[in-house]
Design a protein around this ligand. Structure first.
Ligand code: NAD
Length: 268
């Protein structure tokens, strides 16, 4: 799937690492960056045949694409991914921390191991990859860190204690990275979608139906899109377009921002 907005290959010569790029938003971002000419180190969980199909698809953009199956909840595997970036590409110019998971439960029943897992994948993996790739960006005097946060990085919803805490943390981490990279040509920004109809959202519909005793249509209309004033899901292509723009020279002075893409949700 090509993204015609970025047919100009404005990112040719750059290399992007996108975590969680085998599904949903991360896959859309990987397609957007590849179509703009960036080489790709793409991560996530997928079957070997799915990885082969994605690698073949990304290669049609005329770029080099390498897969890493590193588990973002395990710091040693994250370090292995960063090492792969150096051996395969000599480093990373554009880091998109996107991998994320969700669990929906009242706080009194929230399993502590789910809390730990969500914090590890949704927040700590962004710290680890930033930590490991920052030195190379500094040496090249150019870098882009894009953290996929969420409207839940600014406001809360019930039953999502770990996710909301992790996403608020991601926005704080982004601001700190922005200050540390500012004089080295490195920008760090958060992109915060409202609801995007991806497998992550699909999976929480049954949990929310159970937690609140609602039908599927009621969950979509009255819970998911309740706070999204446009009453429309955000698309992965829209998020990808924002990430490509943030990766260009035109965005060099956008630093430490939290770009809300939520139809007006957090404006309320
Ligand atoms: P998704 O479930 O479609 O994709 C998640 C990706 O992360 C997959 O590629 C999966 O393999 C990968 N992943 C999960 N656990 C992993 C692990 N331990 N190690 C490595 N990779 C792992 O989800 P999505 O909806 O595309 O969400 C992507 C990001 O966007 C998440 O950070 C999510 O919080 C954020 N987000 C999503 C929405 C939405 O409505 N879908 C809204 C705001 C923010």
């Amino acid at each position: 799937m090509t993204n015609p907005i970025f047919a100009t290959r404005i990112l040719a010569g750059k290399t992007a690492l996108v975590t969680g790029a085998t599904s949903g938003i991360g896959l859309g971002i990987a397609r957007g960056l590849a179509s703009a000419g960036a080489n790709l180190l793409f991560g996530g969980f997928a079957k070997p045949e799915e990885v082969a199909a994605l690698s073949a698809e990304f290669s049609t953009f005329g770029i080099k694409a390498v897969f890493s199956g590193s588990d973002m909840s395990k710091p040693a595997e994250i370090a292995a991914m960063a090492e792969l970036a150096v051996t395969e590409f000599g480093g990373i110019d554009i880091l998109v921390n996107n991998a994320g998971v969700q669990h929906v439960s009242p706080v009194e029943d929230f399993p502590p191991e789910k809390w730990d897992l969500i914090l590890a994948i949704n927040l700590s993996s962004a710290f680890h990859l930033s930590r490991l790739l920052f030195k190379g960006m500094k040496a090249r005097q150019w870098g882009r860190i894009i953290n996929i946060a969420s409207a839940h990085g600014s406001v809360a919803s019930p039953f999502k204690s770990a996710y909301v805490a992790a996403k608020h943390g991601v926005i704080g981490l982004t601001k700190t990275l922005a200050l540390e990279g500012a004089e080295f040509g490195i920008t760090a920004n958060a992109v915060s979608p409202g609801y995007v109809l991806t497998p992550l959202v699909e999976k929480q519909i049954p949990d929310t139906m159970a937690a609140r005793g609602l039908t599927r249509d009621q969950v979509i209309r009255d819970v998911l899109l309740h706070a999204q004033p446009t009453k429309q899901f955000v698309t992965v292509e829209q998020v990808a377009a924002a990430c490509v723009f943030l990766s260009t020279g035109a965005a060099a002075q956008i630093n430490g921002a939290n770009l809300a893409m939520d139809g007006g949700w957090i404006a309320q």
